[in-house]
Write a protein that binds this ligand. Structure first.
Ligand code: HEM
Length: 488
């Protein structure tokens, strides 16, 4: 930090000789709810020091190496695009190791990452996704039934509980027994001061982690073997593992159809299956909660999304699921629904990207300012990028129209390149928003639970929290997103 300071590189001014930026961070933390997600820090610094610029260093010694916080789309593009120019931050690997043993896409870099990414890409292609629509529709039907039961109870409840279970069921198709071991493992896998001191020193920690891994591996291996055998018997059945195995076979040129599954393929695939559930269920669930929150606060957008569902899926809501299952291509016509999801992810992004800096790897902004990365944690803070008025007109407003196709959108709302970091989920909204009205119930939750201290971030009560895993990673809505739900 001293070297960076001497070179006059951008950082918030109050830098203490001993405590670095910890005093500043503590002051900011004091103004926020105690459980607020770490990704708010960059935007809070921007608000306090508007002349600082969107890329700056923060000194959190002794808790981490110097942090290079990046909220400039051009600079982000140099550090963490699909090319993965900088390696994943070692903290991510330490965190995921007890779960995936480090063979998953989130931990891999360079050529090994490219190889396995290429193998698993077909499973996430739009074409393959279309073959899964009827399966997802079935899971959403279960979700809707559960919500209807909640409507009848006429009580406040945690919406997130339901979005979490539907995401797990969709991603895993059925809740494999190993999923509960994975979720348990996640609590114990946190590291350093991010986890409670009791968990850190608990002598049972290593036993729990060993046992959870044993359970997960046993069930995943059984599942993989079953799929492998079925695949040999029925060449038409195609899961993401089948697609990857077919490519692996053609890459390696070995006769993998005979004998047991290839050991290297098994090791890496086991890791991917865990990370798909692990990385996917939170992100999708949190996004669903915030889609509903923002739609409930914006009646015009709600009316528009419902009108789109009437137009594309037919006005008889009971036939919408069948219509989607029969013709998954209808999803491509839900452009406003997709815009709602994208705008929700803009305002409440769920994941950031952390990379490890490299010697001689220097990022440069449009003004030519250079940012050395050696020995730094390079953090592309998606919340900071998505909520910065430099990149977004009407930054605080919910304006799905900015993500409509070119011909339907006003020119001034066109998103800047690299300023939005993407992902998508449509079916759940298509099959639920016409059936229910949702009211956020934070006021009621506060009356019942009487929380102490600050409970808003920038005036937002539904702020995002980190659930005990590392602060750089996925976020959740606070207090499980309490709501009241009504049938329409
Ligand atoms: C709303 C939903 C989602 C959002 C917003 C989201 C966001 C992201 C982002 C921003 C990254 C990049 C992180 C980085 O560069 O360090 C990422 C990576 C990843 N996500 Fe998601 N994600 C979502 C859903 C899912 C789902 C459903 C799955 C799996 C079933 C998944 C699996 C992964 C994996 C494996 C990676 C690592 C990819 C790689 O390094 O090649 N995500 N996600």
């Amino acid at each position: 930090m001293r070297m960076l300071q001497r070179e006059g590189l951008p950082m918030p001014p109050p830098h203490n000789l001993v405590f670095g930026h910890l005093i500043l961070a503590a002051n900011i933390q004091k103004s926020l709810p105690a459980d607020a997600h770490g990704h708010y820090l960059a935007d809070q610094i921007r608000q306090r020091y508007p002349s600082l610029g969107p890329t700056f260093y923060v000194d959190r010694w002794p808790f981490s190496e110097p942090m290079l916080m990046v909220t400039d789309p051009d600079v982000v593009a140099q550090s963490s695009t699909a090319d993965h120019l900088l390696p994943k931050h070692p903290g991510i690997k330490t965190f995921l190791y007890p779960i995936t043993e480090g063979y998953d896409l989130n931990c891999l870099d360079g050529e090994t990452w490219k190889f396995w990414r290429r193998l698993f890409n077909p499973g996430f292609s739009a074409r393959h996704m279309q073959t899964l629509v009827s399966t997802i529709v079935e899971e959403v039907a279960v979700f809707c039934d559960e919500l209807r039961q909640r409507v009848e109870e006429e009580k406040m409840f945690s919406f997130e509980e339901h979005t979490l279970s539907v995401s797990i069921d969709i991603i895993g198709r059925v809740a494999f027994p190993w999923i509960s071991a994975l979720l348990h493992q996640r609590q114990w896998a946190a590291f350093g001061l991010e986890m409670g001191i009791w968990m850190l020193i608990n002598p049972m920690r290593y036993f729990y982690m060993w046992n959870n891994r044993r359970i997960m591996d046993k069930y995943i291996d059984r599942d993989l073997d079953e799929r492998y055998t079925t695949r040999q018997a029925d060449a038409k059945s195609k899961t993401i593992v089948d697609l990857a195995l077919a490519d692996y076979k053609s890459e390696k040129g070995s006769s993998l159809d005979k004998g047991p599954m290839d050991a290297v393929f098994r090791k890496f695939t086991r890791s991917q299956m865990k990370v798909f559930i692990f990385a996917g269920h939170d992100a999708a669930s949190t996004t669903m909660c915030y889609c509903w929150l923002l739609l409930s606060r914006n009646p015009q957008a709600m009316a528009k999304i419902r009108a789109e569902h009437d137009a594309v899926l037919g006005s008889d809501r009971d036939k919408a699921a069948a219509a989607l299952s029969e013709n998954p291509a209808l999803l491509n016509r839900l452009t406003y629904t997709l815009a709602v999801i994208k705008e929700t992810l803009r305002l409440f992004p769920v994941v950031s990207a952390a990379r490890g800096g490299l010697k001689d790897f220097v990022l440069t902004d449009a003004q030519g300012q250079r940012f050395p990365t050696e020995d730094c944690l390079v953090w592309a803070v998606h919340h900071g990028i998505h909520n910065n008025p430099l990149w977004w007109p009407r930054v605080d407003e919910f304006v799905p129209e900015r993500f409509l196709p070119d011909e339907e959108r006003a020119e001034e709302l066109r998103p800047r390149k690299h300023a939005w970091r993407p992902s998508k989920l449509k079916i759940v909204l298509a099959l639920t928003v016409r059936d229910f009205d949702l009211e956020e119930a934070f006021t009621e939750w506060d009356r019942v639970n009487k929380p102490k201290g600050v409970k808003t971030v920038n005036g937002e009560r539904a702020y995002q929290i980190c659930d005990g895993s590392i602060q750089l990673e996925s976020s959740h809505p606070v207090d499980g997103f309490p709501v009241r739900l009504f049938a329409r």
